[in-house]
Write a protein that binds this ligand. Sequence first.
Ligand SMILES: *Cc1c(COP(=O)(O)O)cnc(C)c1O
Ligand code: SF4
Length: 338
Amino acid sequence: MIPAAPLTLQPVVAPPRWQHLWRDAVRDPRELLALVGLEHAGIGISDAAAAKFPLRVPRGFVARMRHGDPHDPLLRQVLPLDEELRPMPGFELDAVGDTAAKAADGVIRKYRGRALLIATGSCAVHCRYCFRRHFPYAEETAAAAGWREAVALIAADPQIDEVILSGGDPLSLSTSKLTELTNALAGVAHLKRLRIHTRLPTVLPERVDDALTDWIAALPWPVTVVVHVNHANEFGDAVDNALGRLRAAGAMLLNQAVLLRGVNDSVDALAALSERCHRAGVLPYYLHQLDRVAGSAHFEVDDDRARALHSALAARLSGYLVPRLVREVAGDPGKRPL
Ligand SMILES: *Cc1c(COP(=O)(O)O)cnc(C)c1O
Ligand code: SF4
């Protein structure tokens, strides 16, 4: 008889804390309402809308919502509502022409000099206005293809000097996956910049852990992190801390917001957002008109009002606190100023 081999204990590496918080996100609309003290309010939550694009919101973000307020600007960004199901002419599935611009699995080449990499389809938070809600990114991420095709395409085109990691949320990937990608890109001599578009530093600030900041600090290119914050209330101590750590790692921080009816469509809200960003070391970059994606019509602010809000903002704030008001138009060579 063969004696039993001595049990060798594998060192157990605990997954990072942020992954636990990620999995612990609120997914049940009724639980969300209970957490913010609204269980009895008839505010039109929709199981059918949630079935199409599930609710997902980290508990730390819920904690920044105002208790008992059905119009809370953070709540409105994530709560599935009946209004999403109302068909609206002009609001389509692929609102920004991504399908046409796809150059390789997970790579979108729409703008000169820049390659946008769909690093992953997942996000820590599901934003109801998001143009990605109908895009089948689950199958189309560069990570799924092991990066090879994406990196080969970027390497073959010397005009590409900036890689933009987008998604989904690229920081939803583990830091080791991200390292794998940037190691592969480090061999591409014509790259000069790396940009990361992410909501994680604000919706799940615990994501900015030591491993992540070590990764950023060691990258061979100047790094810009574009955080996507729509309202000043999304900030808090943990968020300020995460943003400070990103800056200390050498990243430049910019904000891109979407103009959303019922969330930030007032001069006061927009001015507060810019000022709060600046306090956290983030400069306003873009204020986007909504992409006209099916299910998001109730968030739309018409162009005349958008321009008026933007002018009023410019009259009030220092120039560098005024984001550019733009919209994405399918086929255009860049974001179109309004
Ligand atoms: C927005 C966007 C970019 C980046 O545009 P900037 O104006 O440089 O911020 C690049 N590629 C795609 C596909 C985009 O949608
Ligand atoms: S891609 Fe960005 S805006 Fe869209 S759901 Fe994910 S985090 Fe929200």
